[in-house]
Write a protein that binds this ligand. Structure first.
Ligand code: BGC
Length: 328
């Protein structure tokens, strides 16, 4: 009898489907993407799942093809970090037909019937940037420099900024002299934009609300080419090595730190549960993607400047002390 029970347990264990998660990485548009897939994989592997990765390097069509390949490879969960937010509905439907749970990672997939969204409170990022800036300069000329509109987060960041600036603009204290979504997240686009704006408009700019550290870095490079010193509040996001160093050098004012380790780990833990067919209890927010409210697991973001850099990104182990020069 015992032997028979043992055999039954053994057979069930052996015939159980292996846990497989597909992860489609859309681009490498900032430092974080070179670490995040690895953190996700380490966590998921430790929990007994296999992760299949595909990298699209910013090519939206290629990403779709790669996702189709993942759908056909026996996965239970599909994670998509999209390089473009649009045109996902038919692919998500295809995944659902194959019984796969579909999750948007960091960036939303618009108007598609996805199951979950794992990310940060992205509108708060823009709010934190603008609050930091108005605190230092409640009056003046502001530039809003956003990422590409193909990334839905770009719109959220700028919306958050504008919500904070609205009363100041209405009072006439703040003048938005340029509001621009760049074509890409590349610093070179920010460089070109700021260079041409400053050359064509001989006005004093007080703040550049750059959406992330890449765009802040490009703006700083352009300003350094044109001016002897920079007297401006410049914001950023991601707590990248370059962004944090610019803060320590006194060129960038702040960055918004997103713990990508917490996001990647929690996303991995939750995905493994979903792959096992278990219930999850951490997707407690609801975020609209245009046609549907998506249950979302959202993490908080932290304002970092020269005063708390050590207590945040360093203490957290996100960046190591020796990656930065604290006495430039
Ligand atoms: C992310 C940012 C990142 C940017 C460029 C956005 O979707 O939210 O953290 O800096 O993409 O990769």
């Amino acid at each position: 009898m015992i032997l028979m029970l043992f055999m039954i347990v053994l057979v069930t264990a052996c015939t159980k489907e292996p846990l497989k998660i597909g992860f489609s990485v859309g681009d490498f548009s900032s430092d974080r993407w070179s670490q995040e897939p690895q953190i996700f994989q380490d966590e998921a592997t430790a929990l007994g799942a296999e992760v299949l990765f595909e990298y699209a390097y910013g090519d939206a069509n290629q990403q779709v093809e790669q996702v189709k390949k993942l759908i056909a490879s026996g996965i239970q969960v599909l994670i998509i970090f999209p390089t473009n937010a649009d045109n996902w509905a038919p692919i998500v439907e295809e995944a659902h037909k194959a019984g796969i749970t579909v999750i948007a990672y960091e960036r939303m997939l618009k108007n598609a019937d996805i199951d979950y969204y794992f990310s940060f409170f992205n509108k708060d990022v823009g709010k934190q940037q603008a609050e930091y800036a108005v605190n230092l300069r409640p009056k003046g000329n502001y530039i809003l420099l956003g990422g590409p509109t193909s990334d839905y987060n770009s719109l959220l960041f700028m919306q958050g900024q504008k919500d904070v600036l609205k009363p100041y603009v209405e009072k006439g204290d703040i003048n938005i002299v340029l509001e621009k979504h760049l074509a890409t997240w590349n610093s070179i686009d920010a460089y070109n934009e700021i260079q041409s704006f400053m050359e064509n408009n001989k006005i004093k700019v007080d703040d550049i609300l750059a959406a992330n550290d890449e765009l802040a870095g490009g703006s700083i490079m352009a300003l350094e080419m044109l001016q002897d010193s920079i007297d401006m509040v410049i914001t950023g996001q991601d707590a990248s090595v370059g962004g944090c160093q610019n803060i320590l050098n006194g060129k960038q004012s702040m960055t918004v730190y997103k713990s990508i380790r917490n996001l990647a780990r929690e996303a991995a833990q939750t995905s493994v549960k979903l792959a096992r067919g278990e219930n999850i209890d951490n997707a407690t927010n609801m975020v609209s993607n245009g046609t549907k409210d998506i249950p979302a697991m959202l993490l908080k973001t932290v304002v970092v400047d020269k005063n708390n850099l050590r207590e945040t990104v360093i203490a957290d182990g996100f960046l190591k002390e020796d990656q930065l020069n604290f006495n430039p």
